[in-house]
Design a protein around this ligand. Structure first.
Ligand code: AGP
Length: 613
């Protein structure tokens, strides 16, 4: 996620902004920039791809900037590759104002076209730059009014900062959607940032800017209005966190923070892609992976490692069901040595949060040599995978700090659900009614995940009863077979308890021999075509004295009557259910590891990205 900071006061803003940006580095970024109004009243900026050290070096050696009013930004690229020119801030045509932005302007392409027709000159590939030109277009002496008119033009989730020589005594900010903004209150000075850690060294008095609000800050203080200009009262809060816990927004671990970020990660991945009428629009992002190329695809091979592979498996059920196309699952480490049968009629979907996993990158290289079309599903713009792929469908989960993947798993599965619907239409498979039904169900996902997150305390109580277990078996069928695999992986990688994920239909072919009162079974029994079969597996397990936990739809009394514990989830389309059903399993693993005092964010022996074989 991008980081925004602002300062207005008596001091030189540059060192303060650089320091504040450094405190937001944990959010992840690929370029940075700063704009100030200097003592002559001129707006100056400096921007650099890469880490903040490069920007600091540029400021020291080449672009010395000084001034008591400034904004800064660390960019996590979504539109436009990482580069000096795409780094924020972005200016209007006349260099009188600059904008920084966190989030996505969904309708930027249409706005950009309109502004180009009006003669505006664009310097970057970003969606953000349209904001600077829109404010310029609307400005007629009242900067706040120009910002309000601009916000009526744009669609999307964003946090915006504006600095302008037309009002050098104020900075303006606006927030719509989940990108946070906080105001830090000083004596005759104000600090603004995307997150609390950036302002902590300067003040512990904070005001939160909520969705749909504009904040105007100056040396005289601050005020907040709605988008119509109506004043809004807001309490000042005293920050009690230290810096480290502030980076985790008060959560004990990054992993827990990221588990709770999943509704937003799904929203961001859907943003601008699923429209009210159920249409899915992603082709503009997929470069050369266009309709014609997809029409020539005869089979799909999905490859990846670990959690990314399991997210790909969720996608396999979606692609088979909706697009009626043969799909093979290939572990990247096996694909690269296993004489893969792929050719020009194969679409290889490469799953990778980091885009840097060695096995996955090498598998893609091999598939390219065989003439296959490569679609990347990735969370990091500009990563190795995205440079090898013919097109990339980006997940927009934001940086994931915890080694155990959580929000990127649900984002990857969500992205594949989008792609499966598009491919079904290209291939003329599935009825319009079915495709519209699943598209509209996708919009329910964030709220459904939220409902499960609210049961975290109940899940912790169950976790406390299973900390002593030495082994666990996760079972699922159909689209929840990968859910079982992912639930087992979460438990083993952060609690170090042995766990296996298994296709429930395989129990009689061996694993049932494991069952006794020391080996809990965790089974996914939510409403779908195989629920009855799953209930039978659960009853067989109970008959062998295995403790049983089930993931079931709220109100399923039959499941509750046979299980020892139930993780309740809302009912949703069976093909999307894996995205919701994994949440209690993430929380179960997290709470067990936390209760056992494990290093949840950096489990032993593991790295966030495996860049070697
Ligand atoms: C999952 O919790 C692990 N961190 C690991 O399995 C991970 O998913 C795998 O290494 C793939 O990483 P990638 O998505 O960055 O390619």
């Amino acid at each position: 996620m991008c980081g925004i900071v602002g300062y207005i006061g008596q001091k030189d803003s540059v060192p303060i902004i650089l320091d504040a940006l450094q405190r937001l580095e944990y959010r992840g970024y690929d370029s940075a920039g700063i704009a100030v109004i200097d003592d002559r009243g001129v707006l100056c900026d400096s921007k650099a791809e890469g880490k903040l050290a490069r920007l600091a070096e540029r400021l020291r050696d080449g672009d010395p900037l000084h001034g008591p009013v400034g904004i800064g930004h660390t960019r996590w690229a979504t539109h436009g590759r990482p580069s000096d020119m795409n780094a924020h801030p972005h200016m209007d045509c006349n260099g009188r104002l600059a904008v920084v932005h966190n989030g996505i302007i969904e309708n930027y392409a249409a706005l950009r076209a309109r502004l180009l027709e009006l003669g505006h000159i664009f310097r970057s590939e970003t969606d953000t730059e349209v904001l600077a030109h829109l404010i310029e277009m609307h400005f007629n002496g009242d900067l706040e009014e120009a910002l309000r008119k601009t916000l009526r033009d744009v669609r999307g989730a964003y946090a915006i900062g504006v600095i302008s020589t037309d009002d050098p005594r104020h900075l303006l900010f606006a927030r719509n959607g989940a990108s946070p903004l906080v105001l830090g209150i000083g004596e005759g000075e104000m600090y603004v940032a995307s997150d609390t850690p950036a302002i902590l060294p300067y003040t512990r008095k904070e005001v939160i800017v909520e969705e749909g609000e504009i904040a105007v800050v100056g040396r005289e203080g601050w005020r907040i209005t709605d988008y119509e200009g109506q004043p809004i009262d807001r309490d000042v809060v005293q920050i009690l966190w230290d810096a480290r816990s502030a980076e985790k927004s008060g959560f004990k671990h990054f992993m827990l923070k990221e588990i709770f970020e999943q509704p937003n990660a799904i929203k961001e991945t859907l943003a601008g892609r699923v429209h009210e009428n159920g249409d899915i629009r992603i082709f503009e992002e997929l470069d050369t992976v266009d309709e014609a190329r997809l029409r020539s695809v005869r089979q799909i091979s999905i490859t990846g490692c670990g959690t990314a592979y399991y997210a790909g498996m969720v996608g396999m059920y979606l692609l088979r069901s909706l697009a009626r196309i043969p799909v093979a699952m290939e572990l990247a480490s096996e694909f690269r040595y296993g004489d893969p049968v792929v050719d020009a009629s194969t679409l290889v979907i490469a799953m990778s949060q980091s885009g840097e996993t060695a096995d996955t990158v090498e598998a893609v290289r091999i598939a390219r040599q065989a003439g296959s079309t490569i679609l990347g599903v990735c969370n990091v713009l500009g990563s190795h995978l995205t440079r090898l792929a013919d097109g990339t469908l980006y997940t927009r989960g934001g940086p994931e700090v915890g080694v155990a993947a959580t929000k990127t798993y649900v984002s990857q599965a969500t992205a594949l659900a989008l792609f499966a619907q598009v491919l079904a239409r290209v291939r003329g498979e599935s009825s319009e009614e079915r495709l519209r039904e699943i598209a509209l169900s996708m919009r329910l996902l964030p709220a459904a995940v939220d409902v499960v997150l609210n049961t975290s305390d109940e899940i912790r109580k169950v976790a406390q009863r299973y900390c002593e277990m030495r082994s666990a078996l996760f079972i699922g069928r159909y689209a929840n077979f990968p859910t079982a695999l992912e639930g087992a992986l979460k438990l083993k990688e952060i609690s170090y308890i042995h766990a296996e994920g298994y296709a429930a239909g395989e129990m009689k072919h061996g694993p049932i021999a494991l069952l006794d009162r020391s080996t809990p079974i965790i089974g996914i029994v939510t409403e779908d075509r195989v629920r009855e079969k799953m209930l039978s597996n659960i009853m067989e397990s109970k008959a062998r004295e295995a403790p049983v936990i089930v993931v079931a739809n709220r109100g399923d009394d039959e499941a509750a009557s046979i299980a020892d514990h139930v993780f309740w989830v809302p009912k949703i389309d069976e093909l999307l259910a894996p995205i919701v059903n994994v949440i209690p399993l993430q929380l179960f693993a997290y709470h067990i590891a936390d209760i056992e005092g494990k290093d949840v964010d950096q489990p032993r022996n593991l790295a966030k990205t495996v860049t070697v074989e």
